[in-house]
Ligand binder design. Structure first.
Ligand SMILES: NC(=O)c1ccc[n+]([C@@H]2O[C@H](COP(=O)([O-])OP(=O)(O)OC[C@H]3O[C@@H](n4cnc5c(N)ncnc54)[C@H](OP(=O)(O)O)[C@@H]3O)[C@@H](O)[C@H]2O)c1
Length: 330
């Protein structure tokens, strides 16, 4: 007999939620069963576009719905923690968009609430669940490129909407919280530890959020990392991992599709593409939540509370450094 799918309710008719619905549609482990929006019209249109059976009047109604096992929170960044806490109090599992929280205290608060409620909270970083990332981490952990020496990650795109919450620091805006967290979380996943110091420089947008930011991270043993993110460039996303015996590179994409299903491996100047399986990160992260909700063990390379806490600490340190011009400890 098969396991019943995890029934997911969505808070907000967000742009990313549309991609999420498309990604999870073929899954038998999860099913989107309800959606609510601040606008009844948007919720109805969203439900129709994604064949979601039920439109509920507001976010609270999703939390109170007995036919919802878990909620997906794709709200503006400032709303993640308040709604995740409410969802846990209502007995729901939570798939929370990145960044899960904007302060380390809030990460701790959420972890304590999840433990008290006996429910799962997973940070929705699709790239962390797809096969390219897992293959990359396996190669590094297996010693394929020797000792880590230098990591560099970039993520940027053109933000065209002047009313986007990403431009407002009060709503958790800024390039670092939006896209810089991808390379930062990857660096934390690869190293498993915080750097000794960080140093960042930023260009600030008119609303006061970082529009472009570049950072250098340093560890005591000589390991260094650089991160760049911005809101005014052609979309780009790269990761390069330099070791004592080799170099790995890829796009650490959210979803591995045709043309992206490889990792580049250099032993000297001779880069070769090694194929990896394809996979949709939305579907894989939602199926990970379902597995954890069933009590199954986490894959050792899925994100952990410690990693989320450290990535949050790094963002806070980098913003402090960029604002003050000083090198700081995270
Ligand atoms: N994992 C990924 O690949 C990925 C990619 C893009 C974005 N994200 C994350 O997903 C989240 C949403 O991003 P998005 O691009 O989908 O944003 P979006 O289209 O602006 O959606 C955000 C939703 O939040 C709700 N909301 C509540 N208060 C809001 C406020 N003050 N301003 C704006 N929206 C508010 C709205 O829902 P209503 O329908 O109720 O009005 C809106 O639809 C962010 O946390 C972002 O970091 C993740």
């Amino acid at each position: 007999m098969g396991t019943a799918p995890l029934r997911i309710g969505i808070l907000g008719a967000a742009r990313i939620a549309a991609g999420f619905c498309q990604g999870v549609a073929p899954s038998t482990a999860v099913q989107v069963t309800a959606v609510a929006s601040r606008s009844a019209e948007r919720a109805a249109a969203f439900a129709q576009a994604h064949a979601i059976p039920r439109v509920l009047p507001d976010y609270e109604a999703v939390l109170g719905d007995a036919q919802v096992d878990a909620v997906y929170i794709p709200l503006s960044n400032d709303q993640h923690v308040p709604w995740a806490l409410r969802a846990l109090a209502a007995g729901k599992h939570v798939l929370c968009e990145k960044p899960m929280a904007l302060t380390v205290d809030d990460v701790d608060r959420l972890q304590a609430a999840a433990q008290a409620a006996g429910r799962v909270v997973l940070e929705a970083f699709p790239y962390r669940f797809q096969p390219q990332t897992l293959a990359l981490l396996a190669r590094v952990r297996g010693g394929r490129i020797g000792a880590l020496r230098q990591l560099s990650g970039e993520f940027g795109f053109t933000l065209r909407n002047d009313a986007d919450y990403r431009l407002d620091p009060a709503l958790g805006g800024g390039a670092l919280w939006d896209v810089g967290v991808y390379p930062l979380s990857m660096i934390r996943a690869l190293t498993g530890r915080l750097p000794r110091t960080v140093h960042a420089s930023a260009h600030w947008g008119p609303g006061g959020a970082d529009h472009a930011l570049a950072a250098v991270l340093s560890w005591d043993d000589g390991l260094m990392a650089t991160v760049q993110c911005r809101f005014d460039a052609l979309v780009h996303r790269h990761l390069r991992i330099v070791g004592s015996e080799g170099v790995l590179a890829c796009g650490f994409h959210n979803h591995v599709g045709p043309g992206q299903d490889w990792i580049e491996v250099y032993r000297a100047y001779d880069g070769q593409r090694e194929p990896v399986p394809q996979g949709n990160g939305f579907r894989l992260e939602a199926e990970a939540l379902a597995a954890l909700a069933r009590g199954e063990a986490a894959h050792p390379d899925w994100p952990t509370w410690a990693e989320t806490r450290d990535t949050t600490r790094l963002v806070q340190a980098l913003l402090r450094s960029a604002a003050s011009g000083a090198r700081v400890g995270p």
